[in-house]
Write a protein that binds this ligand. Structure first.
Ligand code: ADP
Ligand code: MG
Length: 312
């Protein structure tokens, strides 16, 4: 069995969302323990992860250091966080695998995700990133070509394109590593967004890709049987945020699409996870599970945890 596991931001931060290096190392250790248990049960695992808070921190460094060192573009921030989080996960995974007596080792790959240069997101950037700034400070960055929006009392926030992921460019290398027995960490932060020039040359672009949608794409490329989206809640619920909240167990993809259209899932949080889970099953996957990080082994064995999207 082959599993694509998407780790949410909480798997790379402490319980309060802090991302001090020690918090990230501690969170990676916790995740790695569960992943090693899965691997020891004979499952091939491909891991992907979010990078929102980490990119947010790099953007602050860019802003503060701009008079001294040139700011780097958003695609470079993606590459840098893939490498750093990949490194942290490699150490944690190798140690956890060794503890279970597994001979398998981990590998991390800097991964590009192709998007379309004509994606509507580039004309209407809508994905908020980084920290809030007072209007005067945001204005300077707008003069440098960035798009910032007035978000009310909290201040201004940068918005960027979040284009549709079309292809995980490095999927063949990922598949080769999995076939060779590695636990592979790839497409972190949804992958580094690239567009193809007319001659086929790839070029990084200023955008962020939704990691859950990229995970669904990667799951298809590596021919995963099951996709698990690990987050900080045990299941998606209906009537979220109301007294009528009701956890959702097994549901067909047809029904899940209806529920999504009814607006049960937060856009930018649970919404993309549900969309990703549906896409994976619509493209031939057996089952997608949305659940809490500590429940991933149960999610894979199918012991009734989480929200489970199945064909039908
Ligand atoms: P991650 O960092 O794992 O991607 P997100 O914060 O993006 O996590 O998404 C998980 C969050 O989605 C939950 O903590 C919850 O606050 C929110 N959410 C929105 N709608 C729902 C829903 N219908 N059911 C459960 N959680 C929901
Ligand atoms: Mg998220």
């Amino acid at each position: 069995m082959r599993v694509l596991l998407a780790l949410g931001g909480n798997a790379m931060a402490n319980a309060d969302g802090r991302v001090h290096p020690d918090d990230q190392i501690g969170a990676a250790k916790l995740a790695a323990g569960s992943i090693a248990t899965l691997v020891a049960s004979g499952v091939d695992v491909v891991v992907t992860h979010g990078n929102g808070p980490q990119v947010g921190n790099l953007l602050v460094k860019n802003e503060l250091a701009a008079p001294v060192v040139p700011p780097v573009p958003l695609d470079w921030c993606g590459a840098q966080t893939q490498a750093t989080l990949g490194f942290v996960l490699l150490n944690a995974l190798d140690a956890a695998l060794a503890r279970t007596g597994e001979a398998r080792r981990a590998a991390a790959l800097v991964t590009r995700t192709r998007v379309s240069a004509s994606d509507p997101g580039f004309l209407n950037p809508a994905k908020p990133i980084g920290r809030y700034l007072p209007a005067e400070e945001a204005r300077v960055l707008v003069e440098h070509g960035e798009t910032w929006e007035d978000r009310g009392p909290k201040g201004w926030r940068r918005v960027v394109a979040s284009p549709e992921p079309l292809e995980i460019v490095d999927a063949p290398a990922i598949t080769a590593l999995v076939d060779a027995g590695f636990v592979v960490v790839a497409a972190g932060g949804g992958g580094i967004p690239v567009v193809a020039d007319p001659d086929g040359t790839l070029r990084g672009v200023e955008a962020v890709i939704d990691k859950d949608l990229a995970a669904a794409l990667l799951a298809g490329h590596v021919d995963a049987d099951v996709m698990v989206v690990a987050t900080d809640v045990p299941a998606a619920v209906l009537h979220y945020g109301t007294p009528e909240e009701e956890p959702l167990g097994e549901v067909t993809v047809t029904r899940m699409r209806e529920l999504a259209a009814e607006g049960h899932f937060g856009s930018g949080s649970m919404g993309p996870k549900v969309d990703a889970a549906c896409r994976f099953v619509e493209r031939g996957g057996q089952r997608s599970v949305i659940t809490r990080l500590d429940l991933i082994t149960e999610a894979v064995t199918g012991s009734g945890v989480g929200t489970v999207v199945v064909p039908g």
